[in-house]
Design a protein around this ligand. Structure first.
Ligand code: FMN
Length: 155
C-alpha cells in the first residue's frame, strides 16, 4: 500500500465511537498515543499543548465534568489536551487563542488516526465544564482544557 492509500484509508475509516469493551490499553499503546499528540505543527514553534492521560481512577469525575457523557467513563483512557494560552497570547495577542485551538485539532486528529491504526476507536469530546476538568486534573489556571479524547476498543 502507498502512503496515500494508508492515510486516506484511516481518514475514511474514522467514526466517533462511544461504547467500548473492557480491554485496558498497554503502557506502550498509551505512550504511542501521547507521542503522536505532541507531534503537531505549532505556530512560532511555541508548542503550548500538554497531553494528560486519565485512566480508570479519575474517569468517573471526568465524566461528570463532561456533562455525564458515558464515553468518558467507559473509555479505556481519556486523553486531555490542554494549552498554555498565556504563552500564545504573549506572542500572538488575541490571535494566539485561535492558534491554540488549531493545534489541539491537529493533536486530536493524530490521536484518532493513530488509534485506528492500532485497532482502537475514539470520540472527540468538546462539551465539558472547563473549571471542573481543571479541578479533576489539578491543572494550573494557565492550562486551558481544549479536548477530551476518549479511546478504547469498540464495544
Ligand atoms: C470540536 C468537536 C467537539 C465534539 N464534542 C463532542 C462531545 O462533546 N460529545 C460527543 O459525543 N461527540 C463530540 N464530538 C464528535 C461529533 O459529534 C462527531 O464527530 C460528529 O457527530 C460526526 O461523526 P463522526 O465523528 O462519526 O464522523 C465532537 C467533535 C468535534 C470535532
Amino acid at each position: 500500500m502507498t502512503d496515500l492509500e494508508v492515510v486516506e484509508g484511516l481518514i475514511k475509516k474514522r467514526r466517533s465511537i462511544r461504547k467500548y469493551t473492557n480491554r485496558q490499553l498497554t503502557r506502550d499503546e498509551i505512550n504511542k498515543l501521547v507521542e503522536v499528540a505532541m507531534l503537531v505543527p505549532s505556530a512560532g514553534a511555541i508548542h503550548p499543548l500538554s497531553v494528560h492521560v486519565v485512566p480508570n481512577d479519575r474517569q468517573e469525575k471526568l465524566c461528570i465534568a463532561a456533562l455525564g457523557q458515558t464515553a468518558v467513563r467507559e473509555a479505556s483512557v481519556a486523553i486531555i489536551i490542554t494549552a498554555n494560552v498565556e504563552r500564545m497570547l504573549g506572542k500572538y495577542r488575541s490571535r494566539g487563542l485561535r492558534y491554540a485551538y488549531m493545534e489541539a485539532g491537529h493533536a486530536g486528529q493524530n490521536v484518532a488516526l493513530t488509534a485506528l491504526a492500532m485497532g482502537l476507536d475514539t470520540v472527540m469530546v468538546g462539551a465539558f465544564v472547563d473549571e471542573r476538568v481543571i479541578d479533576v486534573m489539578e491543572l494550573t489556571s494557565k492550562d486551558l482544557p481544549l479536548y477530551i479524547i476518549c479511546v478504547g476498543e469498540k464495544g
